[in-house]
Design a protein around this ligand. Structure first.
Ligand SMILES: *[C@@H]1O[C@H](CO)[C@@H](O)[C@H](O)[C@H]1NC(C)=O
Ligand SMILES: *[C@@H]1O[C@H](CO)[C@@H](O)[C@H](O)[C@H]1NC(C)=O
Ligand SMILES: *[C@@H]1O[C@H](CO)[C@@H](O)[C@H](O)[C@H]1NC(C)=O
Length: 406
C-alpha cells in the first residue's frame, strides 16, 4: 500500500513537472498554442486493444529486404500466428534510399526493395495482414542510412497513405534539439490529413514522459530506451514502463519496446516472464525474432492464447506491481468479467514462495476464488480464500487469472 502511495506522489510530481516543461521549454508558449496542442487529437479509431504483429529490428537490424518481409508475412499466416492476432508486419530502419527522389519523396532502397513499398503493401494486404513502416522526427533516422521526416511530415504522411501503409513507428534520432512535444504532433496532424487510418507509434524513448501527453498525439508511446536480448534489459524495461500504468487505455498504450522472445539471449523461463509481463502491461506484442524458423519452444510461448487474451482484454487496464519484497513481486490488474490477472515474479537466483493476498490485488476479503494457471493451461482444483501461494523458480513467474465464485 505504501509503495502505491509513493508511486502516486511521484506521478503527480511528474505531471506538474510536465506542465512546467510544456509551458516553458517546448515551444508551446501561449495559451493559444497550448489550446491547439490540446485539440491536436489523433482520432483514428485504432488501438482499441494493443497492436500485435512483428517488427524487423530486433532480429535483422539494417539487414532487411523485401524477400525477408514477404517471407515473414507468409510465415505469419502459415504458422497460424496471424489468426491469433499478429497482423502488423512492420519494417524498421533502413528501408529507404539516403537521397529523396526528384520530387522530394522518400524512395524505397533500390538494391533491397526493388519492387517498391506499394507492391509490398499490396502483397501483405493480400494475405490479410497490415504493413508498417518507420521514419524519424529528425533529419536522418538512427542508422543515418535514410532521411528522417522532420520538415517533410505532410509529404511523407501522404506518401505512406498512398502506398497503403497501416502503421508508423516514428523515431527520435538526429533531430534539431527541439522538444518531442513540438515535433511529434506535427506528424499527428499530417497522418490525420493523409486520409488513411495509420497507427502512430511514438518512439521518443520515454525522454519527456510521453505517457503524460502521448494519448493526444499517438496510439502508443515508448516509455524506455531500446531493449536488448538480455534478462537485465527486459526486466528493467518492464519496471520503467510500469510507473505509467495509470495512463494506458484503449486507443493509447505504454510501450516498453518490442519482444525479444526467440532471439536466443534468455532462457525459456525468462522469455515466459518477458511475454507474461508484456501481456499484463497491455504492451504492444510485436514479435522480434525470425518467425520463418522459430523453435517449438518459441512458438509455444508466443502462441499462448490465454496470455494473449489477457493482453487483448477489452477492459484495457494495465497491471501494476502491487507488492515488492526483495526478489519477489506480485503484479496484478483487473480484467473484464470481474476477473483479476496476477503474475507472481521471482527476479532472484533462488526458488521462492510467493503469496498474493486478495488485499493486495483488489479482490474483496473472504472471496472464494477459482484460479486458472495460464502457462500450465489448467484450472486448479483447489478453491482459494484470502490468498494464493506458489513456489516460483529463479527468473521465472506464475501467471493466473482469478475469478471470484462466492
Ligand atoms: C535500380 O536498380 C536497377 C538495377 O540495378 C537499375 O536498372 C535502376 O536504374 C535503378 N533505379 C534507380 C532509381 O536507381
Ligand atoms: C543490454 O542492456 C543491459 C541493461 O540495460 C546492459 O547492461 C547491457 O550492456 C546491454 N547489452 C548489450 C549487448 O548492449
Ligand atoms: C530461416 O529461414 C529462411 C527462409 O526460410 C532462410 O533463408 C534462413 O537461412 C533461415 N535461417 C536459419 C538460421 O535457419
Amino acid at each position: 500500500m505504501e509503495t502505491r502511495k509513493v508511486r502516486c506522489e511521484v506521478l503527480l510530481a511528474l505531471m506538474t513537472l510536465f506542465h512546467i516543461l510544456l509551458s516553458s521549454a517546448s515551444g508551446l508558449n501561449t495559451n493559444q498554442e497550448m489550446e491547439q496542442f490540446r485539440r491536436n487529437l489523433l482520432a483514428n479509431g485504432l488501438a482499441t486493444t494493443p497492436p500485435m504483429g512483428w517488427n524487423s529490428w530486433n532480429h535483422f537490424n539494417c539487414q532487411i529486404d523485401e524477400k525477408i518481409i514477404k517471407e515473414t508475412a507468409d510465415a505469419l499466416v502459415s504458422t497460424g500466428l496471424s489468426k491469433l492476432g499478429y497482423t502488423y508486419v512492420n519494417i524498421d530502419d533502413c528501408w529507404a534510399e539516403l537521397i529523396r527522389d526528384d520530387k522530394g519523396n522518400l524512395a524505397a532502397k533500390n538494391s533491397t526493395f526493388p519492387s517498391g513499398i506499394k507492391a509490398l503493401a499490396d502483397y501483405v494486404h493480400s494475405k490479410g495482414l497490415k504493413l508498417g513502416i518507420y521514419s524519424d522526427a529528425g533529419y536522418f533516422t538512427c542508422s543515418k542510412k535514410m532521411p528522417g521526416s522532420l520538415h517533410h511530415e505532410f509529404q511523407d504522411a501522404k506518401t505512406f497513405a498512398s502506398w497503403g501503409i497501416d502503421y508508423l513507428k516514428y523515431d527520435n534520432c538526429n533531430n534539431d534539439g527541439s522538444k518531442p512535444t513540438s515535433r511529434y504532433p506535427i506528424m499527428t496532424q499530417a497522418l490525420m490529413k493523409a486520409g488513411r487510418p495509420i497507427f502512430y507509434s511514438l518512439c521518443e524513448w520515454g525522454d519527456l514522459h510521453p505517457a503524460l501527453w502521448g494519448a493526444k498525439v499517438g496510439n502508443s508511446w515508448r516509455t524506455t530506451g531500446d531493449i536488448n536480448d538480455s534478462w537485465e534489459s527486459m526486466i528493467s524495461r518492464a519496471d520503467m514502463n510500469e510507473v505509467y500504468a495509470d495512463l494506458a487505455r484503449p486507443g493509447g498504450w505504454n510501450d516498453p519496446d518490442m519482444l525479444e522472445v526467440g532471439n536466443g539471449g534468455m532462457t525459456r523461463d525468462e522469455y515466459v516472464v518477458h511475454f507474461s509481463l508484456w501481456a499484463i502491461s497491455k504492451a504492444p506484442l510485436l514479435l522480434g525474432c525470425d518467425i520463418r524458423n522459430m523453435t517449438e519452444e518459441t512458438k509455444e510461448i508466443i502462441t499462448n492464447t490465454e496470455v494473449i487474451a489477457v493482453n487483448q482484454d477489452p477492459l484495457g487496464v494495465q497491471a501494476k506491481k502491487v507488492r515488492m519484497e526483495g526478489d519477489v513481486e506480485t503484479w496484478a490488474g483487473p480484467l473484464s468479467g470481474y476477473r483479476v490477472v496476477v503474475v507472481l515474479l521471482n527476479r532472484g537466483p533462488f526458488r521462492n514462495a510467493i503469496t498474493a493476498s486478495w488485499d493486495d490485488i483488489g479482490i474483496p476479503p473472504k472471496s472464494v476464488v477459482e484460479a486458472r494457471d495460464l502457462w500450465e493451461h489448467e484450472t486448479l482444483k483447489t478453491k482459494f480464500v484470502d490468498k494464493l501461494s506458489a513456489t516460483v523458480d529463479p527468473h521465472a513467474c506464475k501467471m493466473y487469472v482469478l475469478k471470484p465464485i462466492a
